[in-house]
Design a protein around this ligand. Structure first.
Ligand code: GLR
Ligand code: MG
Length: 422
């Protein structure tokens, strides 16, 4: 039997990495995206890795949680979650969700527990010589398919040079972006981040993509930018064209109204983001597909629990993403590999980043999918020089919280973050 592997501490390092001006309904991505990297130290010398948001309040909570779990066995995940919950109850920080106000009702405990749970699973895997997917029930696929995640975007940040992706502000720009991303990564499905332009312009964008890629599944996600009536109209225009419509309108009740009329399933990473949202979502028939995200569903094991509930109630299941680095990708891939009822290609922001904290080569895309690492643990290791450089970038860049709306307002003072907008 493997002896207890006790936690001796956790190093939490905020990092900043270059991010293009990706547009969404709440504003635009700042020049740098923030993440916190967790290196969990144990008495035997094994180190586990985790990755999460790095907004100021979240960092305060992570530091408190790191202290609360010293001395615990990395296999004692139930006790660890309880210890973190108890510690968070003593803190009086607010905000810091790291998702620009788009996912505000997730559980704080689950959000803070998640990177520590992932790091513990990494250590468990290293201690037992098994990949994390084995600790989650075993991989049922060798590779995990992802979708091309398209964004409307400016050519570059104001005052800076154009980035290698260039501008995408109309249907031609979206198709150009899709061609480049698919040529580089081989994705077999396309998601468009909408809610940026009036719905008819985005419908035209989706139709242009359909014409350019007749065989690829398409999705549109306006992050609740539309009223119920607008959502029903868009759903009718896109009938037979998108495989699902993602968060067209705010709230479980609005989604249920749209779902009654729409022919395609509705997916969500906004109105079902915590376990206590599942019962009303089932009762109201609000959604057909849940987009899970281990960063706020409480880690990989609780995401497996979510998958079981989705299976029981007949929900489709896929995965949401935010701007992320390689530790998160590895965790997403192990989870997806061990989730039999994953019914759609997962989301990832991976193509939008040009920097990372992990040693290169351990994880990557082949034909639009990520082969599941088979080495012990997550299968990725920290590149200490890269971590130090991206931490320095964090210190230098001055950004301490994700604020798409504030950044947009600094460029266009008339911008208002309203939901629904159309
Ligand atoms: O599916 C989603 O809602 C997302 O991916 C949320 C993200 O924050 C996305 O809107 C972004 O990166 O701007
Ligand atoms: Mg979404």
């Amino acid at each position: 039997m493997t002896a207890p592997v006790r936690i001796t501490g956790a190093r939490i390092t905020p990092v900043a990495f270059v991010d293009p001006p990706l547009l969404n309904t709440v504003g635009v991505h700042q020049p740098y995206a923030l993440r916190a990297i967790i290196q969990l130290d144990t008495d035997g010398g094994l180190v586990g890795l985790g990755e999460t948001y790095a907004d100021t309040a979240h960092l305060t909570r992570l530091e408190a949680a790191a202290e609360a779990i010293v001395g615990l066995d990395v296999f004692a995940l139930g006790s660890m979650r309880a210890a973190i919950e108890a510690t968070l109850d003593t803190l009086s920080v607010t905000g810091g969700d790291g998702v620009a106000g788009m996912i505000t009702t997730a559980s704080t405990t689950d959000r803070v527990f998640s990177p520590f749970e992932v790091a513990c699973l990494d250590v468990q895997g290293k201690a037992t010589g098994r990949p994390v997917s084995d600790l989650l029930g075993g991989a049922v696929r060798d590779a995990v398919p992802f979708s091309a995640y398209l964004f409307y975007k400016w050519a570059g940040h104001p005052g800076a040079e154009a980035d290698s992706w260039g501008e995408a502000l109309d249907p031609e720009g979206l198709v150009r972006q899709a061609r480049k991303m698919i040529a580089e990564y081989g994705f077999g499905a396309i998601k468009v981040k909408g809610g940026v332009f009036p719905p008819d312009e985005e419908i035209a964008g989706i139709k242009a993509l359909r014409a350019a890629f007749p065989d690829l599944p398409l999705r549109l996600d306006p992050n609740a930018a539309w009223t119920v009536d607008t959502s029903i109209r868009v759903a009718s225009e896109l009938n037979g064209i998108v495989e699902y419509l993602e968060d067209p309108t705010p709230g479980l009740d609005g989604m249920a109204e749209v779902a009654r009329e729409a022919k395609m399933p509705l997916a969500t990473n906004m109105c079902v983001v915590a376990f206590d949202h599942l019962e009303p979502a089932v009762r109201k028939n609000s959604v057909g597909v849940v987009l899970s995200d281990h960063h706020y569903w409480g880690g990989l094991q609780r995401s497996r629990l979510l998958a079981g509930i989705c299976d029981t109630f007949g929900f489709g299941l896929s995965m949401h993403s935010n701007s992320h680095l390689g530790i998160s990708l590895a965790a997403m891939v192990h989870l997806a590999a061990a989730t039999p009822n994953l019914t759609y290609a997962c989301d990832t922001h991976w193509p939008w980043k040009s920097e990372d904290v992990i040693e290169p080569g351990a994880i990557g895309f082949v034909d639009g999918a990520v082969p599941v690492p088979t080495s012990p643990g997550l299968g990725v290791e920290i590149d200490e020089d890269a971590l130090a450089a991206l931490h320095q970038q964090y210190l230098d860049c001055g950004i301490r919280d994700r604020d798409d709306t504030g950044y947009m307002k600094s460029i266009d003072a008339t911008f208002e973050n309203t939901s629904p907008r159309w």
